[in-house]
Ligand binder design. Structure first.
Ligand code: ZN
Length: 395
């Protein structure tokens, strides 16, 4: 039997980034919440003391686009990617994940996606899902998108819906308009964000249809979240324009070295470019596309094999934004904490403050490596040692 974890935890003398820098503080965790943040907290009760010296505390990361039951399948059954393990997420500092389906909504289903989200939640992290997959009209759990949002707590939006891609269902303007409107209404009636996550492919249409929806309807630009926008310089430029007009844009961090040979630009570099060109840092998020399939090419562009998206890339790109691109820590944290929490209305998530969920990370002050992960008040990783594994990991 493992020893019962203490419900009261106290992190002493740690440099807090909320993401806003708050200086050296003590953080009191009571059960699954942050109970108090103060210069000095001393307790006379039985509690777990965590030494925060030489570390910085940041909010637990939010990964807003992960194929938690696997994805792929393009090119045949053998290319179906496996489902995610708890530690794939926690080893990347991810304490909140949004699961989604991709190309395959036929042999994979929303029921399976929801069941996996419940399983990960039971293993200790926070989970949500998008309803649907690439195809329009969406494959929903109930009769339609609004009912999915209103009746199923974990469903916070729709996606990933493919546009500007040869694998999309070639949705028309009217179909997309209705889809966004339905998702928004479901959100309004359930108090959720009701955002549609759009997979943007590599066709020349890029964000054209989304721009047309903004221009020709009353639907707010913030109801759509285009992702994979680092795919090409042309798409990066279209996304920059979209973000400057108030749109939220999402950068995919699972870009293998092999893809640099193509047109894809690494997330830290696009992030830096956006900031230098006046895109508000509040309008940018990162997601890993974890467990999605990634074609790997040789240096001449010849297809070699299918790789798999890694959630760890989310943490790596955050870190590189600071270490390689000299972006301030507070700014570099926003795309993986505050921004997705706000875009997707994730209550209690995305920042370190009193009464928020106790989702936090301790990073080494010098090299920003991941030291400790706390999810809903439970220590998942302590001083680089994994304490909590998924039910069937190593069994
Ligand atoms: Zn995608």
């Amino acid at each position: 039997m493992e020893a019962k974890e203490k419900l009261i935890k106290l992190i002493k003398n740690t440099e807090v980034f909320c993401p806003k820098p708050a200086g050296k503080k003590d953080i009191l965790i009571a059960s699954d919440k942050i109970a108090m943040i103060s210069d000095s907290i001393n307790l006379n009760i039985d509690s777990e003391i965590i030494d925060g010296r030489s570390k910085i505390a940041v909010p637990g990361f939010i990964d807003n686009h992960v194929h938690i039951i696997g994805g792929g399948g393009e090119g045949g059954y053998v290319n179906r990617t496996p489902e995610i393990k708890l530690t794939d997420l926690t080893n990347a500092g991810v304490t909140t994940v949004i699961g989604c389906l991709g190309t395959d909504g036929y042999s994979r289903s929303m029921k399976e996606l929801l069941a996996k989200a419940y399983a990960l939640e039971a293993e200790g992290i926070s989970t949500f899902v998008y309803t649907g997959n690439y195809r329009v009209p969406l494959l929903t759990v109930t009769k339609n998108i609004p009912e999915d949002l209103i009746l199923i707590k974990k469903i916070i939006g729709a996606g990933e819906v493919a546009i500007s891609d040869h694998r999309s269902s070639q949705p028309t303007f009217d179909e997309l308009k209705r889809l966004i409107a339905d998702t928004r209404i479901g959100g309004i009636l359930s108090g959720k964000a009701g955002v549609v996550n759009f997979h943007i492919g590599d066709s020349d249409q890029r964000l054209d249809i989304l721009n047309r929806i903004v221009a020709e309807t009353e639907l707010p630009i913030t109801q759509m979240l285009p992702t994979h926008i680092g795919r090409s310089p042309e798409l990066i430029s279209a996304a920059m324009d979209f973000a400057k007009r108030g749109g939220m844009v999402d950068l995919t961090t699972s870009v293998g070295k092999e893809l640099e040979k193509g047109k894809t630009v690494q997330t830290d570099k696009v992030f830096k470019y956006f900031l230098a060109n006046g895109v508000p840092p509040e309008n940018i998020s990162f997601s890993s596309d974890g467990q999605g399939s990634l074609p790997v090419f040789d240096k001449d562009g010849k297809f070699l094999y299918l790789g798999i998206g890694k959630v760890k890339s989310l943490f790596d790109q955050f870190r590189k934004s600071v270490t390689d691109e000299s972006i301030e820590l507070e700014t570099a944290l926003k795309p993986v904490t505050l921004n997705p929490a706000r875009y997707l209305k994730l209550e209690g998530k995305g920042s370190i403050s009193e009464a928020m969920d106790a989702d936090l990370l301790l990073l080494d002050k010098n090299d920003l490596s991941l030291d400790t992960v706390i999810a809903k008040g439970k220590i998942m990783i302590r001083e680089e040692e994994v304490l909590v594994k998924g039910r069937f990991e190593n069994r």
